[in-house]
Structures are given as C-alpha cells and as structure tokens.
Design a protein around this ligand. Structure first.
Ligand code: PLP
Length: 453
C-alpha cells in the first residue's frame, strides 16, 4: 500500500486495456485448495493494478477527483480488522457513538446548526433516496402501509444529479413526477420558476412534497440559491433537501461558509467525505432535523432484533433500508483528527486557488473559453471550435496517460471539465494539464512511458 501510494503518479492514469481483458487473463474457476499469499499478491501487482484507473494519480482530474489519504486508509484497515456491524447500539457501541461524535464535529466545522441527526450511508445517492422517503413520510404517511402515493411531485433543477431522479424512481414517485426546474445563466435553480411549477401542480390537484436544491452541481459546481428556496418550501409546506455531496465540505474553510447560506433551514442535507475530504470510498453523510420522520419511514423491528429499550441508545437500523451498518466513522474520525479543520481547509483552499489561476489563463487565451463560472476547484471550458474538435482534444489528453479529464455538455455544447480534488495534485500538475490541452488542439499528445512498460 505504501509503495503504491508513493508511486501512484507513475502509472498511466487510465489503464491501457479493452473490456474483457482482465476477465480473460484470470482463471475461470476459483482454486480448489488455498494458495500462498505471495502468489496472490504477485497477481495483484501484475494483473489487478494494471487494470486499475488510478484515482490516486495526481493527474486524475476527471469527474470529481478524489483521493484516499493515509489516515483514512489506516482507519479503513482497522475497520476491516474489527469487522463490527453496528446495526444496533448493542452490536457495537463504538460504531454508533463514534459516528455521532465524528458527524457532530463535521457538522459544526461546516457551520450547520446544532441538534441535527447524522447518519452515514455508502453514497450520496442512497442518502438522498432516504431524504426523499422521509419527505414523503411527512406529506403522505399513508404510503408506508397503503403503497401508491399517486400525485406526489418532487422538484429539483435541470442541473441536479441523476441520483435525485433515481431516488424518486426507487421509492415509486415516478419519473414523470420529477420536475426539472430551469436554471439561470450561472446554472442555478430559478426560484421564480420553482414557485410557478409548484403553483401549477397544486392547481392541477397534485401533491408537491419535496424540493431538492444543490450546492455544487455535478456539471459546473453551481450553487442553487438555497436562501431564496427556503421561503418557498416553507410557504407550501414542502421538505427541503440539499445535495452538497461534493461542495458542502468546502465550508470547513470559514471564508467559504457562505456557500451553505440557507442550509441551516433545510430538512435534510447530504455531503460526501469520500468526495472532497480525502476519506476512502465509500462514505456519505446525511443530516436531518427530522430524524423522527426518517425513523417513521423506515423503522421495522423484528423480534430477533429487539433489545431492552434504553432511550439513550441509537439503533441505526431504524433510520434506513440497510440493516447492517459498517464502521465508516472510524476512517472519517482519523482524517478529521490527523489534519484538523484548518489543515483540511488549507488543502481545499489551495486546490480552489489553482483552479482560479487556470480559469484566468483560459479567459486570457484567444482560442479557449470558459463555459461556466468557477466557484470551486472545477473548471469547465472549451476550445473555440466544434464539438468534434473538443472531443478530440479530450481523447488526446487522456491518451497521454499523464492526465485524465472528463467532459459535460452545457447549453448544447461539448465542454471539457477539469476537477482538482486529489491530495497528490499540485499546481504543476494543473499547469501540465493546461499545457497538454493547448498542445492537443494542434496535434496528438505523445503517450508517456510508464513503470509498467
Ligand atoms: N450529488 C452530486 C451533486 C454529485 O456530484 C454526485 C456524484 O458526483 C452525487 C450526488 C452522487 O454521488 P454518489 O456516488 O455518492 O452516489
């Protein structure tokens, strides 16, 4: 692990293989008798690592670049060694109580109000699905027993993550009842359009029940005006969920607290330490001030899981679909303690600074343009040419093995997307990515040799 992490940057960031290559290279059946660990590790090095996309590579700037920090990895190892299932307080007080402590530290670091209930799920998709189910419990409690719930409508922006629509699909709201509210020029949900859509649905006899705002949308990291959405949720008595999966963490820096303005009034809020808090995948945190409704939506206790009631004990199985509850809080606690709030803020600040510098360079270049504002460390931009030319630039840069960028489509135009979030990424890596992009619009970038060749 130490060797790998020290050399993550020397692999091609994207593996040079085609679908099926690894399956082909591995035996069809597992071994009848056990094999020596040395042989297993050898195959790990020779077959698995070369098939890996190296998220820990400093040149990984696609999607939301994330990395596992040393303390986080150590926490994950100890979690595996302890191998506890914290479904009930009794099945491991350490799992349950450390989660409460670590989530409360994080809550106060990002400036959310005291008294919120926090719970860890695997991903933001799962967290948001639970929030949407709690929202339904508030407006249509009969659905838990009766099923159905026809006429329920949920509102989110056309830039929100697909997990919101999927969450609605999963709990039976129906895709046609997910309203995608238009955005303004900076890709933020338009409150006027939101209120109008709710009015229209009420007039049609439908039942609006939930609004999902986003702080840090996936394509451009835009920030919905939560402060203006709160009064709309209040006026119509709707649940307000905030998806801050990526960007919420940035509020550990006091000068960025403003990004969560209004979120103190939200009914629920999700942020992912596995995105921008250097904690290994997977860990997503859901906060809610309506734990009673989350519990009412999901609590179902069979006889074999009954424990002597002690009102001070939290049983996480009561607050969601999963019964089992992994000890994810340990790795988070390691990260929070090792770096401290200010240490984490410093890393995030530097990454935002490099993105701002790049944004300025793009603005100053006659052949490139930015396609969205850059509030965090993700830069959306394009070559002032055709979509096909931009596609080629992306392909050429990614073929270098040095840098991995992704893309999005904004107002119908293909955009390149560079996201900085990896601990090993430095200003030089960002500048190198920019060099490669500029070179690629003229000619193919030469693929770099790697330690594997
Ligand atoms: N919400 C936002 C804003 C995201 O950007 C993403 C993923 O990038 C998600 C939700 C989904 O995250 P997860 O993979 O944790 O479900």
């Amino acid at each position: 692990m130490a060797d790998y992490l020290a050399n993550a940057g020397s692999y091609p960031v994207l593996p040079r293989m085609k679908p099926g290559d690894l399956i082909e290279a591995l035996p069809r059946c597992g071994p009848e008798h056990g094999e020596p660990m040395s042989a297993i590790l050898e195959d790990f090095r020779k077959q698995i690592v070369p098939a890996a996309t190296h998220w820990n590579h400093p040149g990984f700037m696609a999607y939301f670049a994330i990395s596992a920090s040393g303390p986080g990895i150590l926490g994950e190892m100890l979690t595996a060694a302890l191998n506890m299932n914290g479904m009930l307080w009794k099945t491991s007080p350490a799992v349950v109580e450390l989660e409460q402590v670590a989530l409360d530290w994080l809550r106060s670091w990002i400036g959310l109000p005291e008294g919120l209930f926090g719970i860890i799920f695997d991903t933001a998709s799962t967290s948001s699905m639970h929030a949407i189910a709690a929202a339904r419990e508030m407006i249509a409690p009969e659905v838990r027993t009766e099923g159905g719930g026809s006429g329920l409508v949920i509102y989110t922006s056309e830039q929100s993550h697909s997990s919101i629509e999927k969450g609605a699909i999963a709990i039976g709201i129906g895709q046609k009842n997910v309203r995608k509210i238009p955005v303004d020029v900076e890709y933020r949900m338009r409150p006027d359009a939101l209120a109008a859509a709710i009015e229209r649905d009420r007039a049609a006899g439908l039942r609006p029940f939930c609004i999902v705002a986003t702080v840090g949308t996936t394509s451009t990291t835009s920030i919905d005006p939560v402060e203006q959405i709160v009064p709309i949720a209040e006026r119509y008595g709707l649940w307000l969920h905030v998806d801050a999966a990526y960007a919420g963490i940035a509020a550990v820096a006091p000068e960025l607290r403003h990004i969560l303005r209004g979120c103190e009034h939200a009914d629920s809020f999700v942020t992912n330490p596995h995105k921008w808090l250097f904690t290994p995948v997977d860990i997503s945190v859901l906060y809610t001030r309506r734990a009673d409704l989350l519990r009412r939506a999901f609590s179902l206790v069979p006889e074999y899981l009954r424990t002597a009631e002690d009102p001070r004990a939290t049983n996480f199985m009561d607050y969601g679909v999963p019964l089992g509850h992994r000890f994810r809080a340990l790795k988070l606690w390691f990260v929070l303690r090792y770096y401290g709030r200010e240490g984490l803020a410093q890393i995030i600040r530097s990454q935002i600074g490099w993105a701002q510098e790049l944004a300025g360079q793009i603005d100053a270049h006659p052949d490139f343009e930015r396609t969205a504002p850059t509030p965090f460390s993700t830069v959306c931009f394009r070559y002032r040419g055709t979509d096909e030319e931009n596609r080629q630039i992306l392909e050429r840069v990614n073929a270098s093995g040095e840098i991995f960028l992704s893309h999005t489509v904004l107002r119908g135009r293909y955009s390149l997307r560079l996201a900085i979030g990896n601990m090993q990424t430095t200003r030089d890596h960002v500048q190198r990515a920019w060099e490669l992009v500029q070179a690629a619009f003229r000619e193919p970038v030469a693929a770099r040799s790697s330690v594997l060749e």
